[in-house]
Design a protein around this ligand. Sequence first.
Ligand SMILES: [Zn+2]
Length: 414
Amino acid sequence: MRNKPFIRLIHAGLLAMFVALAGGPAWANADAGKAGAPIIAADVSVEVDGPTTRFKIALSKPVTAQASLMERPDRLIIDLPEVAFHLPPDSGRQRAGVISSFRYGLFAPGRSRVVMDLAQPATVSGMTVDANAPGGTALLTIELTRTERDDFRRVAADSAAKAAQTTAAEPAAAPKDARPVVVIDPGHGGIDPGANSSNGVFEKDLVLSFAQKLQKKLEESGRYRVVMTRDKDVFVSLSDRVRAARRVQADLFISIHADSISGGQEVRGLTVYTGSERASDADSARLADRENKADAMAGVEPTDIPDEVSDILQELTLRETRSFSHSFATRLVGEFDSIARLNKNPHRQARFQVLRAHDVPSVLVELGYLSSKQDLDLLMSEEWREKMVDAMSGAVDRFFATRLARQGAAAVLP
Ligand SMILES: [Zn+2]
């Protein structure tokens, strides 16, 4: 007999399911991972029983979980308090029943997430936590049942409405001092690992450590106020990165990435991208598409990406901003030219969501290709990173020196 708590969906439209076992409302335990011993996920398994697929996670203690569905592509998202996932590296590749793959990781401070890609429409028909599972673990079971497209769509629409109501409050902007503000944006993070090398190096880790070195270098000069969009392994949506830059009235935004290309061992080198409605070439358009999927990967609806510029003033600002972005990109390429292996066309353009702030000069630097053995060796080399950080900070210095000189000249003109 079942003696564990079991919540069954009353109707398909009831979507946000809470399994509150440790007591309190769903998010009351959101900080449980920080306050006490961390919650560990030690095992995950998928079972198929006719039209039903059961996804099971063995946890070190009971948690509260919330499920929501998203369409295009079809996904099931499970929100959890902060969980440390100690799972075998290929566990997300289990393909069974309605689940074609899944990923997991930190989504925001104190919150973790599992995102499942669905092979066909399915809704959550049950969620349970067995607090006394074998081995002293708590077993979270999510039961999925195949459904019709219309049902799926309705439940997913409810999810989206609910998510829109719970937009997190933004932290207050820090007081602005007179120095230029440089925002460094390490790509990806948390549940979104970005590209990876064949020997298990993740883009998110590599670009964070590079960004931290650049931050240190710029801060040590004393000339800039440096703001990071993330300073740990946490997911930050593309729109939040743009918003962070606008909130601190950034004078320059530098996004750091390291791409990978399948079947292209020989493709390598550093590339600097600036934003543009029209991509400079097909490869850049494809890369921007891939990078723009970061939010979808983490189960975030890309609804609040900043709007297209809407009036003439914004249009003029955008034009000015793009010319600054362009001039910084040119300087970067110039600095890198003598010390780094550059892509054959090192300054390219494409429609990157993260480069869309109309009033912040922005570039995206792809440091190299994780898929190239030579690039990877460089990316992992302390000496190479140091040289690159020096070159970037040199380009930042020159960029602002020119801007200030221009402003000074404008001030003395009649
Ligand atoms: Zn990337």
